[in-house]
Design a protein around this ligand. Structure first.
Ligand code: EPU
Length: 339
């Protein structure tokens, strides 16, 4: 049965994003089933989809319609040693990871505890501890706003890149993601290449982790390094790690030999922005109520009533100081809307 579509006018968005900047939307439509998308009352206003709100910031009121994705449901399809897991876009990402681990389905262990919804995961190709969503994606189902019909995008068609996808930068706004299908394995093949994960396992004396041990180790690392949005408002990593060519990386590393860096498959080098910001003394510094988390310089936090002006001043000042010292301008990772 199709539930009636709830549409709220002049709705408050503050509690719908984890950074909790104050903002309102002209319309908020709450979606519970994919069928509702086709029968939404027409509007000439801009529309935007919001899931868990952990990667979106509103720096002004939204004059259009927000579609709050609350689609739910999980299904599993056997494919030999693999299982295709389909999760509706409104499901909670961390719950999905836990359910899969409980069912003995492997591949997501390193991605435990990432805040947000399943539908947001492909937008920015979420990743942590050496694993990215794109490594596990079979396909993404969406509503195509251009063609006005449901569609399926293969992993290749999603144009995944580091914290980027067709949904985020290729054709923003075209696809409303309804579900994500992942190819997981019944065989556990832990990925422990990421240095801080390997170190944490070594310190715990774990040589061959079980899936639960691996997930528990990632959770311990995250709890230690990253703030819980339920206690301290934040949007995860605020800046992307910049990717530069080899010559620029070599030059920077000759001046800053301790800068964490990772080679990319295309030969370029990803540099640790957290260390750059930390080196410049930003950890624990605030402008108004917007500041840099004391334990991880890549994470900006709202310690109370941060305003848009506080946050924008903080972002700009950090970008300027990094640019002066390292010669590159950091790009925000979350979607920044309005203004
Ligand atoms: N580092 C510092 N100071 C800091 C932060 C980091 O020196 O304040 C150093 C660390 O000591 C380490 C290196 O930088 O040597 C990398 O740090 P970390 O492992 O925390 O990773 P990151 O590159 O800062 C990325 C993701 C995180 C993800 C972690 C772990 C981005 C933008 N961020 O952070 O993702 O959890 O790796 O895999 O790629 C997110 O996207 O919201 C997010 C939290």
């Amino acid at each position: 049965m199709n539930r009636a579509i709830e549409i709220v006018r002049d709705a408050d968005l503050t509690d719908l994003t984890t950074f909790r900047l104050p903002a309102r939307t002209a319309e908020l439509a709450i979606l519970h089933s994919p069928e509702q998308i086709a029968v939404l009352p027409p509007t000439d206003k801009d529309q935007l989809v919001l899931g868990g709100g952990s990667n979106t910031l509103f720096i002004g009121n939204w004059p259009g319609r927000i579609l709050l994705n609350r689609l739910s449901g999980l299904s599993f399809e056997d494919r030999g040693d693999d299982v295709l897991v389909t999760a509706a876009a409104g499901e909670n990402w961390h719950q999905l990871v836990r359910t899969c681990i409980d069912r003995g389905l492997h591949g997501l262990e390193n991605l435990v505890m990432i805040p947000g919804s399943v539908g947001a995961a492909p937008m920015q190709n979420i990743g942590a501890y050496g694993v990215e969503l794109s490594d596990l994606t079979e396909h993404v189902d969406a509503w195509d706003r251009v063609e006005q019909r449901p569609c399926r995008l293969s992993r290749k068609e999603c144009d995944f890149a580091y914290r980027d996808s067709r949904f985020k930068s290729g054709e923003p706004g075209r696809f409303l993601i309804t579900s994500v299908t992942l190819r997981l394995s019944r065989r556990f093949n832990p990925d422990t290449r990421y240095a801080s994960l390997r170190d944490a396992l070594d310190q715990a004396g774990i040589d061959q982790p079980t899936a639960r041990q691996l997930a528990a180790t990632v959770m311990r690392l995250r709890r230690h390094r990253l703030p819980d949005p339920a206690r301290l408002s934040n949007a995860g990593s605020f800046f992307k790690n910049p990717i530069v060519d080899e010559a620029q990386a070599r030059e920077l590393l000759s001046i800053h030999p301790d800068l964490p860096h990772w080679p990319m498959p295309d030969g370029r080098i990803k540099l640790g922005a957290g260390r750059m910001i930390e080196t410049l003394g930003w950890k624990g510094k605030f402008i108004g109520d917007a500041g840099v988390y004391a334990r991880h310089a890549l994470v900006l936090v709202n310690r109370g009533r941060a305003t848009t002006a506080d946050l924008l001043a903080l972002i700009n000042t950090i970008q300027d100081s990094v640019e002066r010292e390292f010669g590159l301008r950091l790009e925000p990772e979350p979607l920044i809307i309005g203004g």
